[in-house]
Design a protein around this ligand. Sequence first.
Ligand code: IFM
Length: 762
Amino acid sequence: MKDALEPTQDIGWLLEAEGVHPQWEGDLEARFSVSNGFLGVRGAREVSRGATLVTLAQTLRPASWPRTYIAGLFDVPDIDPPVPALMPVPDWLRVRIRLNGISLVLNNERLISYHRTLDMRRGVLITDWRQFVSGDHVARVRTLHLVSLAQRAIGLQLVQFELGQAGMDVSLDASFDLVGSGLEVFKLFADAGLWRTGQSAKSLAMASVANLQLAEREIPPDQSTPLQWSWGWQSRAGDCAQLTRIVAFRRGNQDLHGLIDSARSELEHARTIGWQDTLSAHEAAWSGRWHDSDLQIDSDDSAQTALRFAIYHLNSAANPDDEQVSIGARALTGDTYHGHVFWDTEIYLLPFYTLTWPEAARAMLMYRHRTLDGARAKAKRAGFRGAMYAWESADTGHETTPEHITIPDGRTVEVLSGKQEQHISADIAYAVWQYWLATGDDDFLREAGAEILLETASFWVSRANLGDDRLYHIQGVIGPDEYHEYVNDNAFTNHMARWNIRRALETVSLLRQRWPEHWRALADRLHLDERTLQQWRNVADALAMGYDPHTNLIEQFSGFHALEPIDPAQFAGRREPMDMVLGRERTRRSQVIKQADIVAMLALLPDEFDMTTQTTNYHHYAPLCAHESSLSNSMHTLLAARIGATDLAMRHFQDTVATEFGSQAGASAGGVRIAALGGLWQAVLLGFAGLSIRSSIPRFDPRLPAGWRSLGFRLQWRGRLLKLQIDAAKPSFSVTLEAGESLTVSVRGETHELNPGRALTI
Ligand code: IFM
């Protein structure tokens, strides 16, 4: 049988790290996370966590941040200001090994090697640690853990221990960290436990089984403490001990006993099939995901590695079976942003899911449908109609953006994005429409998507004010460029709002035509009559757009061109963000842009602007951008690729890669920047492969960057599975319909009929 702890042979599937470097631990733990959209586990060392503290400026700080998260397990902890946060659950991976009563801890002086491998193909984290224990006798500890993609409630841990020295007293403890989790212990049993959140009436059940085999024989544990097992034996040179632990997790509300039964029955299933079959089912599920979503780049290894890493985390982050949750800004890989869901999900992540995993995209959009009431309440409180989505959303859809934060120098700074960053409502509507175009999921549109489109449109119409110039204006907002607050007519916001209103009007026509009864019921419920719809048309037709026909420039917001021009390139090499270099006030009064704003708008709405406008504005705004957010460079890549500036696109692409793999220690410690990873994938598909989602047929206008010999990938479109290959040398574009009925595709403006099993090569 294949050795489960042996990583995949092809290094193209591996992320590897050697040794222990306290300043990098946090970043590595985030990147080496395993997750299945329900559970997320950071890649912290699990065996004998020795020196997890480092000294920094004379204080002790944790070097390691072992965390397991459960999607949707929010509570309002005792933080200032009190906002809901994803609560870490009890650490289930702890193992301690003692030799003659002394803990075996990682000791750099005796260390031979400590190797960590994230096997992305199999979705497992493997470690291999060798250390001298006495004289030249060596101890070897190998571990593997995973959270199952085939049975999302299940976590599996394997630990193998070998000792070169005979006659030592060995003890191995497998335990849970029962108290350090931020949850309250409610009840503990030998095989299970129940925890509750302090405020939010949520609960967690975990059930576990552990066993140890020594030289192929199972030895009985001493289990005098709940969820803790200890084994002891005398070592014989060359004997291998293997610990196997399976844990089942369930999240729930009030019914605590039902919850524990449910955890036990999940555990029972995994225990019955055994750890090998649990592992095989998980690997088979990963293999299915890779089949549908892998992307092959010929002749650019670093781009290939970055894309694999991005796709690994994107596949890890989603759960198509849970409409109660969506993906937070750091997925389930770190504490930063408390698990809150931003526009990142709809604008940067959804395209990946819509096009490779529509079931996951649907579940995330259903989360937005479920949280509509929170969005309605926010709109009402602010004096508007319809639905104004939370800038940061947790489980209920109510606004969870902290109203202030404390910055590193101890000062308190007001945060306005929860009040003013309103474009998120249009961003969600945008994702709904894109999903519907690409999947043709009419049931979703009729039952949920339409309501989101109509309620967000209604919000925008009530939000816009008629000015003396007979134009409608949206005042006092923050666009994606968060350096500028209280701005009027942010072009991104206004264009997305207009687009939102117009798609809502299209939805009305569609409902009337295809599902009239449904339309009548919805119109009744949302108080939509002919007069209201006419008002929607009026606002959409007369919204201020900031376009100057003489220069072809679109002003980022009213008054932007008059601000102080500052070139961020003059500050190259800075370690601090531009608003700290210049000070907040001067930054506000300058044209320095924090992240793609006009550029993002052009990238998202290609049909609204001709090529000259896209090109002129890209070249005008790109140099003003400080790229101070991980969301910035990927949008620049996409737009630069579309306008044919592939060299610039490639530079932005590499800068996006550097966001996650850059040289600044600690940058990812709070979790991987999942939007940058989604943005990377999106830039390749919608930029270099030139795919656009504008109607019921997929359109391609590919432009590979210099140095890429070919690009291959699969995607789903309206129930079909397509396989694509773009070759630069020939050049050729080839698409095969691998599953589903005939389909029309458009390549460089010409339509072609695609028939099952036959490749179309152009
Ligand atoms: O949503 C983003 C925002 O655009 C920039 N700051 C970080 C947020 C979360 O990723």
